[in-house]
Design a protein around this ligand. Structure first.
Ligand SMILES: Nc1nc2c(ncn2[C@@H]2O[C@H](COP(=O)(O)OP(=O)(O)OP(=O)(O)O)[C@@H](O)[C@H]2O)c(=O)[nH]1
Ligand SMILES: [Mg+2]
Length: 629
């Protein structure tokens, strides 16, 4: 007797970018990432929902694929789940095939391939709103009859848009499956379709479509018009550069007012606590440890949100995939695959999802090259460090008649240095080591869509929540530790220097200083780099706390940037910026590299390589700045 499982399990399968994850979110109420390009989902995610008839159903979201002949690691996940080969996962009881109704010709081929497996199948005709707008009429009853599977229309991004699917799940699958759920451990036999099979599928799809398409509609005519400009080799590239440039200007310009407001609020809070709390350790812990430390990180929230606003709008509109096409030649020039673009672009948010997104790259050597340079794309955790130093050392002037802000320009240059170094590293690795033939970029261009305000707002809300949670947990805890290490042991009687000099933190900083003295770092920076391993932005918090503990009186009243501007020389500041372009210290990145490449050697190599690059770049910058300035 096979063991009966508690809930029936549905797997969402379909081509990339047809709305599987949007459907998953609509069914389960979760907030998995949805974006308008192929290859957003690269791993299996599961969730639960209760059907209208009250049955608990488990649903599995999967990476998109064109066929079960999986070519890349993300497609292998889908194949393995569908065939019951995925470790620790039973064969799904039914498949909900999600099809983009506006692109049925391509989608139906996979339906035919899946039908051969004999799984119960429901076809969700998604994006029906778009189909309707373009005048495309589908006879879903006929489609259902021809395919021999139930067909339901869905609009995954609209309230109530999945009701028909829910009803269908109750009606067919659950009833039929109540008796015969797939037994645990069952696998499904599948043979790779021969070229003969593929031709048959193709012919069959054309036959079915000729019967079921009532009105062909206009197709994606608007998208084609826009692409004439945006994909043009000249105007396209100019527009792309302008968009990226505006993004960095906006990070400064739009975030300035809210950052000032947070700064004022924190200042007022410190002032109030200063009055309200009795002098002593508790007051120092709150003011120097928590507010100066955590506060100096939290203040960057507006900038991070502006950056994400841009990324999200680019992703949702469908522009991201175009940028990949525009830059394909540049990427090819250094031996990178065109598909490396999206993983690298995601790495500007954080290298961890970026490295995971590299699963869409088929060739292992190409994948490794992409993963190795992902940390060179400036992640958002480095933004606070850059901004802090820019605020301290770069005058807030505008150029070109007030059009271009100098801080934004410097920021753009820092991001550009990261990108150029990444391309150089890739070129070296691909030329000497990870050699391979250049493969063409085959990637579907999604239709342009207006970003949904709700999706963007929820995305930003999630970002803000994650950032503040991190500030309130990891960064908070590290700050308390740093404050503690900075206060104990107490200075000896008659000590003349600030107390922190005599503390454990002081001793540690002094011990590390000789290592980083050649690149112009002082003991405070040396100390800040240590907890910066856990999260790069913590370095800023540590500097906040250390300087709050070291300075007294008036200095406390001025911002951290002001204090740094007075106590560091410009060469040191530039050297730290150069260090952070490479910034090797991020444990989560190293551990995800280990998991994704299933090797300890690659993360070790990455660490050594990035440290050497960071040290080398900081050294050269420091010496040059000393000589020239
Ligand atoms: N207009 C409209 N847009 C939709 C619908 N369903 C999804 N979308 C949009 O289509 C895009 C792709 O949605 P996803 O849910 O990320 O697609 P996916 O199938 O999970 O994609 P991969 O994970 O890359 O395979 C997003 O921009 C969604 O907002 C729909 O029914 N109507
Ligand atoms: Mg998805």
């Amino acid at each position: 007797m096979s063991r009966r499982r508690a809930e029936p399990r549905l797997a969402l399968v379909g081509n990339p970018n047809c709305g599987k994850t949007a459907l998953f979110n609509a069914l389960t109420g979760s907030r998995q990432k949805v974006a308008n390009y192929a290859g957003v989902t690269v791993e299996r995610k599961e969730g639960l929902f209760v059907s209208p008839a009250g049955t608990r159903v488990k649903v599995i979201d999967l990476p998109g694929t064109y066929s079960l002949r999986a070519r890349s690691p993300d497609e292998e996940v889908t194949r393995d789940v569908v065939l019951g080969r995925f470790e620790g996962e039973d064969l799904p009881d039914a498949i909900v095939f999600v099809a983009d109704a506006t692109n049925l010709r391509q989608n139906l081929r996979l339906v035919l391939e899946l039908k051969r497996l004999g799984h119960p199948l429901i076809l969700a005709l998604n994006m029906m709103d778009e189909a309707e707008k373009m005048g495309l009429g589908v006879d879903s009853a006929r489609l259902s009859a021809e395919l021999g599977v139930p067909v339901v229309p869905t609009i995954a991004v609209q309230a109530g848009g999945v009701q028909a699917l829910l009803d269908q799940i109750d009606r067919d699958i659950l009833v039929a499956n109540a008796e015969g759920m797939a037994p645990s451990g069952a696998v499904c036999h599948w043979h790779e379709p021969s070229s003969h099979d593929l031709r048959d599928y193709h012919r069959e799809v054309l036959r079915i479509l000729s019967l079921c398409i009532l009105t062909p509609g206009r197709g994606h005519s608007r998208t084609r018009t826009i692409d004439r400009v945006l994909l043009h080799p000249l105007t396209g590239l100019l527009i792309l550069l302008t968009v990226l440039f505006l993004m960095f200007q906006a990070v400064f310009a739009w975030a300035a007012a809210p950052m000032e407001a947070i700064d004022l609020a924190l200042g007022a809070l410190t002032g109030w606590l200063d009055q309200a709390l009795p002098d002593g350790l508790a007051k120092s812990l709150v003011n120097d440890g928590i507010i100066a430390g955590v506060g100096s990180v939290v203040i960057f929230l507006p900038q991070i949100l502006v950056l994400f606003l841009f990324i999200q709008v680019l992703e949702d509109s469908g522009y991201m995939a175009r940028a990949a096409f525009l830059l394909d030649r540049l990427m090819g020039g250094v031996g990178l695959h065109g598909r490396a673009f999206i993983p690298l672009l995601s790495s500007f948010a954080c290298a961890v999802p970026g490295i995971m997104a590299a699963r869409t790259i088929e060739n292992r050597a190409d994948r490794i090259a992409t993963i190795m340079i992902a940390p060179l794309m400036t992640c958002s955790a480095r933004l606070p460090v850059y901004t802090l130093i820019i605020a301290a050392f770069v005058p807030d002037r505008t150029l070109v008649g007030g059009w271009i802000g100098l801080p934004g320009l410097v920021m753009f240059a820092l991001y550009a240095s990261g990108i150029l170094s990444g391309l150089l590293v890739a070129l070296v690795m691909k030329s000497f080591w990870l050699k391979g033939a250049r493969e063409p970029l085959l990637m579907e261009l999604p239709a342009y869509r207006l970003p949904r305000v709700r999706n963007v707002a929820l995305g930003l809300f999630d970002r803000a929540k994650a950032f503040l949670t991190r500030a309130g947990t990891t960064i908070f805890a590290l700050m308390v530790v740093v404050w503690f290490l900075g206060n104990f042991p107490a200075p000896p009687d008659g000590a003349t220097e600030p107390a922190i000099r005599y503390s454990i933190a002081g001793a540690l900083g002094y011990a590390l200083e000789p290592l980083v003295a050649p690149i112009g770092f002082n003991w405070q920076i040396a100390l800040a780099l240590v907890p910066g391993m856990a999260a790069r932005e913590v370095a800023v918090g540590v500097l906040g706390t250390i300087y709050a503990l070291s300075e007294s009186g008036d200095a406390l009243q001025s911002s951290l940037a002001g204090v740094l501007g007075q106590s560091w020389g410009l060469p040191t500041a530039l050297s730290l910026l150069a260090w952070y372009v490479f910034a090797p210290q991020c444990l989560s990145t190293l551990s995800v590299v280990r998991r994704e490449l299933n090797s300890r050697a690659w993360p070790a190599l990455m660490f050594v390589l990035l440290t050497a690059l960071a040290y080398g770049a900081a050294f050269v910058t420091y010496r040059l700045a000393q000589t020239l300035l």
